[in-house]
Ligand binder design. Structure first.
Ligand code: AMP
Ligand code: ZN
Ligand code: MN
Length: 927
């Protein structure tokens, strides 16, 4: 079974790699076992229920195959049209596909439909007994045909949002002048895109009342975008009507009363009760007539400024404002950490509302419990596709956090008591506690126990326990991406592959580029053998056998080909390759180069160079995963070169050089006569830190037995360098060791000792640690900067002298083998390597300010940005780096939601129902 004799070196390599992989795996195993001991003990409890209410209950949305807005934490992908300029950078941002058309309409409104509406007569206004239900695809096609010949039609939608995380459209009412249509958008969910063209057609006016939400809902569920809208509520605003509600307009213009309470009914019901059908029809049927009346008024409206010529002035303004509504884009609320916004809203509510909650409860323990509960609620709502308030009401969160029950019975009674006075915002009956709670009591008991597990761990564990390979809750199109995002289980099933990367790391650092590529690109073919098809037969991705089995074992797919094995998914994945960068595509092909799609090898690449990033304030670092991407070696080189070039530009722009030019021994500087300004003296005294280190090392190595004659000269010049550093005095071995440590970070020093096997024998360990530490401080004030930033050789932040000496090859020094686990903020690797390493990243950053790297430059730049422009300065700076990256590489495979403008904050319109604070505080969607 051994490798052929012709490839002995390969055999050795493989052996090493395997051994290292094993070691790594073992380390991980123990670390993991240790760090999640609590959770494991708890979840492995055999008494634990392994069932979920969703195994017996069906929800209408579970029949949807094409789910555009899933409940994962990734951003919504909007429709992408093939436009001429789609090769521009805009391709990568989430833009409105009809922005151009809508902007045109806003400048030049199309009110041609008015002539048509002028014919509106009150005579045939009555809503007769007949309407058309649209429940089949042929019927829908027929409707599309009818609408495509209309100049104008009226629209309203009904939503369901209680038993769904993001909500979904349950009914669309469409009325033409001659007919009312009720479109069953539950049964027709997957084919609703058929209506896209008529809604996007600027020649057909769509009349809505208060379209702000409908516009977003249509995008969310069907990628339907409204172009050419006339919003009767906007017309009311312009006409300064005493009220702008539809009920008022119906009453005033049509003499029709409507019971708006019905909007809160459960619109998922089938068949719809007669009363609800009448209500739904009413909402659209009269809209064309009302629009007609309002248009006439708008045309007649005059003000002092309007000339007789612009009698359309107000009408045009109404049209302009309406179309401005259409420019909105649906976005998911993205939080830094799941449940965070709700938690802080609840806590602040408690703090402001001390009448209800004793102030003693607003202590840190209470707040910690609120955070945990909100995290759990968020995760559970997403993975069961339920609204937050269905899972656990705010009152229940507060009561649980305050009383910390420890038994099922107590939890049960505390929740039902807390919900006694909750008024439902929908008329869907409230179950308290919800089945989510009742079937997953153990979670609540666990998180209310005062153990010390961090929230990240908890998050990962909840997902894994419920949705992972042995999870208790069913997988669906809604929560599928949630699982993949957590890098547990299926998404990156190939852990051996991961280990192989890791093990090769040491080798790769020293390897030439060719060797490097070769090492990383020779992947076992197993990885690419299997194919996954969508249920329409289109190829979605390649993967390994384990992944196929994962789907097959769960009846999520059927086997369609044998050699190589290929499966067809039985559910509709979120998105297709042709949607380019949607989630499913990315997660299934996650391990590819975002630049060119290369899948054989890939490396982590930091878009924001770490010499800057490590100095960012903590709260601006949280979007790490966004700015770490995978690149193949070739793309990596391109991106890296562009980044280095841009660094030099930054250095010039800010007047902050990339390298520390000279160092002097601070202890001795007071002996140097009259050069109080280090800058002024920089050209005269001191030596470059690189030279100093190289010299010190050479002398320490060869000091005892002096080298042959011809190298004597070299040694003398080395000696001169070190002497210069010490102000010209004679130097001892201790001085040499001290010089070696100049500007070396503790991290570098450890690496140095380990790698070079060097023991600092002349310096006492403690004293030199201390010396080094204080040196760090003093160096800050004594190192001086060169005015010209660019030096010939280019060293990465953490590159050692000896690495630098051999790095005449393109610098691959910031390459790190990709471990899929690190891709998200919940850093699994950290968890796996145990508590001691959890803070590793920040420690590394603290200690990374090597004088040989760009650290000091980065530090100064970031300090400058923060001082001059605050956080926004840093955000803008990041955007510049993303721009550099995109321009250098034109990456075609960036993950969903990746955005040059990514800010870590979302902008929500002041009145948007999607404003996080509103949602978080549980405010009902109201009009
Ligand atoms: P409408 O067009 O006014 O019938 O409202 C459309 C949808 O918005 C309804 O189906 C509800 O899902 C939602 N909605 C509007 N107002 C409320 C409210 N006050 N409470 C709950 N849901 C509402
Ligand atoms: Zn469940
Ligand atoms: Mn309605």
């Amino acid at each position: 079974m051994g490798p052929s004799a012709g490839a002995p070196s390969m055999a050795v390599d493989k052996g090493n790699v395997r051994a290292a992989a094993l070691l790594f795996a073992a380390t991980c195993f123990f670390a993991l076992a240790f760090s999640i001991r609590f959770i494991k003990q708890f979840f492995m409890n055999p008494k634990r229920k392994k069932s979920c209410y969703l195994n017996t209950e069906t929800k209408p949305q579970y029949a949807f195959k094409r789910v555009l807005a899933d409940s994962s934490y990734s951003q919504f992908k909007h429709l992408k049209l093939d436009t001429a300029d789609s090769h521009s950078n805009e391709e990568y941002s989430n833009l409105h596909p009809y922005k151009g058309e809508i902007s045109k309409l806003m400048k030049n409104p199309n009110v041609g439909f008015l002539e048509f509406l002028d014919g509106c007569e009150k005579g045939n206004l009555e809503m007769g007994g007949s309407y058309t239900s649209v429940e089949t695809e042929p019927q829908l096609r027929e409707l599309v045909e009818v609408l495509s010949h209309e100049r104008v039609f009226a629209v309203d939608t009904e939503q369901h949002s209680f038993r769904s995380f993001l909500g979904f459209t349950a009914l669309i009412q469409i009325s033409t002048i001659s007919q009312d249509y009720l479109v069953d958008t539950i049964i027709l969910h997957d084919v609703m895109g058929l209506l896209r063209p008529v809604f996007a057609n600027p020649g057909i006016c769509k009349v809505f009342h208060g379209a702000d939400n409908d516009v977003l809902w249509l995008q969310r569920d069907f990628h339907i975008y409204v172009v050419n809208l006339f919003d009767t509520a906007k017309a009311c605003d312009i006409l300064s009507k005493p009220q702008r509600s539809l009920a008022y307009l119906l009453e005033t213009y049509c003499g029709v009363a409507t019971n708006k309470l019905l909007q809160r009914e459960d619109w998922r019901q089938r068949p719809l009760p007669e009363e609800m059908i009448q209500y739904a029809r009413t909402d659209a049927h009269y809209l064309l007539y009302i629009a007609c009346c309002l248009c006439l008024e708008l045309k007649q409206q005059k003000n002092e400024n309007s000339s007789p010529g612009d009698k359309l002035h107000f009408l045009l303004e109404a049209s302009r404002r309406s179309n401005a509504t259409c420019l909105q884009l649906f976005q998911k609320d993205i939080e830094v950490f799941p449940g965070e916004l709700a938690a802080s809203s609840i806590v602040s509510r408690c703090l402001n509302d001390q009448g209800n909650v004793p102030s003693s409860l607003c202590d840190t323990k209470f707040q910690e419990h609120v955070r945990r509960l909100c995290l759990w609620r968020d995760v559970m709502a997403r993975l069961h596709d339920e609204s937050l308030r269905f899972v656990l009401s705010e009152n229940a969160v507060i009561a649980l956090a305050a009383k910390t029950p420890t038994t099922e019975t107590d939890i049960h009674s505390i929740i039902s008591e807390a919900d006694l006075d909750v008024e439902s915002s929908t008329l869907v009956p409230i179950q308290s506690p919800s089945p989510v709670v009742c079937f997953h009591f153990e979670d609540l008991i666990f998180l209310l126990q005062g153990n010390t597990t961090n929230l990240d761990n908890m998050f990962q564990q909840f997902i894994q326990q419920h949705l992972g390979p042995n999870g208790s809750c069913p997988l669906s199109a809604y929560n599928y991406a949630l699982l993949s995002k957590t890098s547990l289980g299926l998404a990156n099933g190939s852990s051996s592959n991961r280990n192989r990367f890791r093990a090769s790391k040491q080798v790769s650092k020293k390897a030439s580029r060719e060797l490097f590529v070769q090492k990383f690109s020779c992947k076992s073919p197993v990885y690419h053998n299997c194919k996954i098809y969508a249920n329409d037969g289109r190829l979605l991705c390649y993967c390994d056998r384990r992944k196929l089995e994962w789907y097959l074992n769960r009846n999520l797919a059927k086997l369609v080909e044998h050699n190589p094995a290929s499966i067809m998914l039985l559910f509709e994945p979120k998105g297709r390759p042709e949607d380019e960068d949607n989630d499913f595509y990315i997660q299934s092909k996650k391990n590819i180069c975002v630049g060119c799609g290369e899948g054989n090898h890939y490396l982590r690449y930091r878009i924001i160079p770490s010499c800057y990033r490590m100095h960012f304030p903590e709260h601006l670092k949280s979007h790490r995963s966004h700015d770490i991407v995978l690149l193949c070696v070739d793309c990596h080189e391109i991106a890296h070169a562009a980044a280095e070039k841009y660094k030099r530009q930054v250095a010039a722009e800010f007047g902050i050089p990339l390298f520390v030019r000279k160092v002097v021994d601070f202890d001795k500087t007071h002996n140097v006569p009259a050069s109080s300004s280090p800058v002024g003296s920089s050209e005269e005294i001191g030596v470059s830190p690189l030279h100093l280190r190289t010299a010190a090392m050479a002398l320490l190595r060869h000091g005892p037995e002096m080298p042959p004659q011809r190298r004597e000269e070299l040694m003398q010049s080395f000696k001169q360098i070190v002497k210069t550093y010490y102000g010209g005095r004679e130097i001892s071995d201790e001085d040499l060791e001290r010089a070696l440590l100049i500007g070396m970070t503790p991290h570098e020093r450890r690496r140095f000792e380990k790698k070079r096997g060097y023991v600092f024998k002349h310096l006492k360990r403690e004293s030199n640690t201390g010396a080094n530490a204080s040196k760090g401080e003093t160096l800050d004030s004594s190192y001086t900067y060169a005015t010209e930033a660019v030096e010939k050789q280019d060293y990465d932040d953490s590159v050692m002298v000896e690495d630098a000496e051999v790095s005449t090859q393109p610098s691959l020094s910031n390459i790190e083998p990709f471990t899929a686990d690190i891709s998200e903020s919940g850093n699994l690797l950290n968890e796996m390597t145990g508590p001691s390493n959890v803070r590793d990243t920040s420690l590394k950053h603290e200690s990374k300010l090597s004088l040989l790297g760009h650290g000091p430059h980065g530090k100064q730049v970031v300090e400058h940005l923060l001082k001059e422009y605050g956080d926004d300065g840093v955000r803008e700076f990041c955007q510049r780096w993303r721009q550099v990256f995109v321009e250098a590489l034109h990456p075609r495979f960036l993950p969903a939601g990746w955005d040059v403008m990514h800010s870590g904050k979302r902008d929500f319109g002041e009145f948007s129902v999607y404003k996080p604070t509103k949602k978080a505080s549980g405010t009902a969607v109201s009009r």
